[in-house]
Design a protein around this ligand. Structure first.
Ligand SMILES: Cc1cc2nc3c(=O)[nH]c(=O)nc-3n(C[C@H](O)[C@H](O)[C@H](O)COP(=O)(O)OP(=O)(O)OC[C@H]3O[C@@H](n4cnc5c(N)ncnc54)[C@H](O)[C@@H]3O)c2cc1C
Length: 326
């Protein structure tokens, strides 16, 4: 017997029947539902859809800490292909007491997009990855299911002189990244991702679709850094593209302790915030082992919005400790 607070699966399915739904592992406190039983509830017309089998449950768990049999599993994964599916999910989940965990790129450090101690469903936006660019207006509409690499690639395909300031990891999702603010290699010149977000489409718990005008400035402010899932499902974002030179320069320099890492990190702290805003250098300090020799190394990774000659002149004049060479 399923506990009474668990909604009977058949009553959930009619409104959701157009989704790509399949059984996952029902949380351990509920008896597992055999796949064969659920398959009769599936729509027969699945030809354009991807069937989510139990293994897919873990495919987006990037933090291996949560990739275990004890991590609570969702009752369903919903993969909307249209915003009306998100509206129906919100209403249906509210009616039947399912918590919704919203997932875009799945990179949440605490697994907030795919685990919960309550009865929950995952709403995964990966089927909503469209990117629509208007070079004329220097803007783009990006759906939350797109990942950063797709956004950068799409912009680069259409223009050699436009970009967007966001994170360094190409597989981070636009949905979580923008709603958490988004910092990256161009932030000294152009600020955070959210400084360049000009509109958004969000669906609230009652299934209402709102844009910047209808949600109001307070909510629009909150979803740009306050975590989108606290307020609704963000379907898409309108962003301003930024101008970049046709050629940019990148570098990576690694120094261990015996190579002077401590001093270079010290000097970097004085240099990094004062140098031209075209240059961004981040430092990653990490353990290093070479031939059984344990040490610490500092990795300096830089992007310069200009050519290599200007970069060398700038760094060698103001930050010679780095020892940048071609
Ligand atoms: C390897 C790695 C590299 C990273 N690099 C950077 C970086 O360079 N710069 C930086 O700023 N951050 C970086 N981050 C942090 C990353 O930006 C955040 O973890 C971000 O929230 C991940 O977004 P996601 O969509 O991939 O994750 P998800 O796990 O899908 O979502 C993260 C959070 O946002 C919510 N959410 C997701 N989609 C939506 C939506 N459509 N509507 C409402 N809420 C939603 C989720 O419910 C969850 O709470 C990095 C993280 C990792 C793991």
């Amino acid at each position: 017997m399923r506990p009474s607070k668990t909604p009977p699966i058949p009553s959930l399915l009619p409104p959701l029947h157009f989704f790509i739904l399949i059984s996952t592992t029902i949380p351990s406190k509920f008896p597992p539902m055999p796949l064969s039983k659920l398959s009769v509830l599936l729509p027969t017309n699945l030809h354009n859809h991807q069937l989510l089998l139990p293994n897919n449950l873990q495919s987006n768990i990037r933090n291996l800490r949560f990739n275990s049999s004890t991590t609570p599993k969702p009752s369903f994964i919903v993969t909307p292909t249209h915003q009306s599916h998100i509206q129906a999910s919100a209403i249906c989940s509210k009616t039947h007491n399912f918590q919704i965990r919203i997932r875009s790129g799945g990179h949440d450090f605490d697994g907030l997009s795919y685990r919960s101690d309550l009865l929950f469903v995952i709403l995964d936006t990966f089927n909503l990855p469209s990117i629509s660019i208007s070079l004329e207006n220097q803007t783009a509409w990006v759906e939350s299911g797109a990942i950063l690499g797709e956004l950068y690639f799409e912009i680069a395909k259409q223009s050699e002189t436009h970009g967007f300031p966001a994170g360094v990891c190409p597989t981070v999702g636009v949905g979580g990244h923008f709603s958490g603010a988004g910092y990256g290699n161009m932030m000294r010149k152009y600020g955070l991702s959210v400084d360049n977000v000009v509109d958004a489409r969000i669906i609230d718990v009652n299934g209402r679709v709102m844009d910047r005008e209808t949600m109001g400035e307070d909510l629009f402010w909150a979803i740009r850094g306050g975590g989108g899932a606290s307020f609704g499902v963000i379907v898409s974002w309108k962003i301003n593209l930024v101008l970049v030179p046709r050629r940019v320069s990148v570098f990576r320099v690694e120094r261990t302790l015996v190579q002077g890492a401590t001093n270079i990190v010290y000097e970097w702290q004085h240099f990094a915030s004062k140098v031209d805003s075209e240059l961004f250098i981040r430092v990653v300090v990490m353990p290093s082992v070479k031939k059984d020799y344990h040490t610490i190394k500092a990795k300096f990774v830089g992007l310069f919005l200009g050519n290599a000659k200007r970069l060398f002149n700038l760094v060698n004049e103001k930050f010679p400790e780095l020892g940048l060479q071609s």
